[in-house]
Design a protein around this ligand. Structure first.
Ligand code: NAD
Ligand code: UD1
Length: 323
């Protein structure tokens, strides 16, 4: 027989975008901490192979579904009765969102609305949302703290901001404890390098491994705050499952920035003979510099990164060797 729900006891967690890069690491982490997990994904960019470890466990189940299909999503949630929801499903690429604003709105805003409604109707206590550093836009006030005014400069960032507000509205109206985590640039194993719209580290690493020249959009002096995926998964899981934590908006970042040219220099130390980069025009909607302040997540969530850049790159490269 199913356990009765007990307030504050977070044992059943539903993850959207579960077959994706961050979603699959999040499921692994939840299972390691003894939770019963249901993953949802439409497999548009995610892969079942990412869930190979999770799928072998009795406490894991998976449903292929589109988060925009509200009736189907509500049924799945009501059936599973999650204590907490982690909403990661999204259209993730800034340039794809820029060129397909309606699709960006459909998945990143309307999809979030379906998930919020399903979380509410199924009686979930908490929801954690994958927001983005993109909500800050091109601010000069680096490192960015959460009080900094939001000013997204692309469709993707605007949708993430809409989704944050929509979820915070559910907290106001229905008491759904909401944590919006503004991820900076996440990297690590399972980030698919096969699309030119994937994360830059996975693309550069794969090109270097196979001896191909990378493409740098712009002058390469743009910078990002890179954070390792297992650190992200740890923070996401703690925010969803520790019922003593209140909701709110937090940056998840390392507090250190690297330019793309510095990233290439780091890869050159490992792959000695890589060809020089090809420079192309900068991408529309691209942010110039992004650097977060990790202090609030440390103070309020007890989170700090535990993986150095060298360790994270080492783990990524080990995972792609011989593929
Ligand atoms: P990903 O593409 O690997 O994961 C997204 C997953 O969502 C995929 O598995 C995809 O199949 C699924 N999905 C997409 N549309 C869906 C739909 N309509 N219904 C159901 N599933 C759907 O990308 P990721 O990097 O793991 O991103 C996870 C979350 O983190 C996203 O919300 C993204 O916006 C956010 N984020 C990522 C980064 C980063 O650097 N990777 C930074 C900031 C925020
Ligand atoms: C990334 C995430 C986005 C997230 C944001 C948070 C992905 C695909 N995008 O966007 O979801 O919300 O961080 O900060 O994970 N570049 C090249 N060559 C390439 C690929 C990229 O020069 O082959 C450049 C881009 O133009 C950009 C930088 O590298 O200047 C980073 O690009 P990308 O990895 O796509 O990340 P963001 O756009 O920052």
């Amino acid at each position: 027989m199913e356990d009765q729900k007990q307030p504050g006891n977070i044992s059943r967690v539903l993850v959207t975008g579960a077959a994706g890069f961050i979603g699959s690491h999040t499921c692994d982490r939840l299972l390691e901490t003894g939770k019963t997990v249901m993953g949802i994904d439409d497999l548009s960019t995610g892969k079942l192979a990412n869930l190979a470890g999770a799928s072998g466990q009795d406490t894991f189940s998976f449903q292929q579904a589109d988060v925009c299909d509200e009736p189907a999503i509500v049924d799945i949630f009501v059936d599973f009765q999650p204590d907490a929801v982690i909403h990661l499903a999204a259209l993730v690429s800034v340039p794809i969102a820029e060129n397909n604003p309606a699709e960006n709105f459909r998945i990143n805003v309307s999809g979030t609305q379906s998930v919020a409604q399903a979380a509410h109707l199924s009686g979930a206590e908490r929801i954690v949302f994958a927001s983005s550093a993109a909500v800050y836009g091109n601010s000069d006030a680096l490192p960015l703290c959460e009080e900094e005014p939001v000013n997204p400069v692309n469709q993707y960032g605007m949708a993430k901001l809409e989704a944050e507000n929509l979820l915070l509205g559910y907290e106001e109206s229905h008491g759904l404890v909401t944590t919006c985590l503004r991820f900076f640039n996440v990297y690590g194993p399972r980030q698919d390098p096969s699309s030119p719209y994937s994360g830059v580290i996975s693309i550069f690493a794969e090109h270097c491994r196979t001896g191909q020249a990378v493409t740098v959009y712009g002058d390469g002096h743009q910078s990002r705050d890179f954070i390792f995926v297992k650190d992200i998964a740890r923070a996401v899981v703690a925010s969803a499952t520790n019922s003593t934590l209140s909701g709110g908006i937090y940056n998840l970042c390392s507090g250190k920035a690297k330019t793309l040219l510095q990233l290439l220099d780091a890869l050159k130390e490992i792959y000695l003979d890589i060809p020089g980069p090809v420079f192309k025009e900068g991408r529309k909607g691209d942010i110039r510099h992004s650097l977060g302040d990790p202090a609030a997540a440390h103070a309020k969530l007890g989170f700090s990164t535990s993986t150095s850049f060298a360790e994270g790159i080492g783990e990524l490269l080990a995972s792609i060797q011989g593929q």
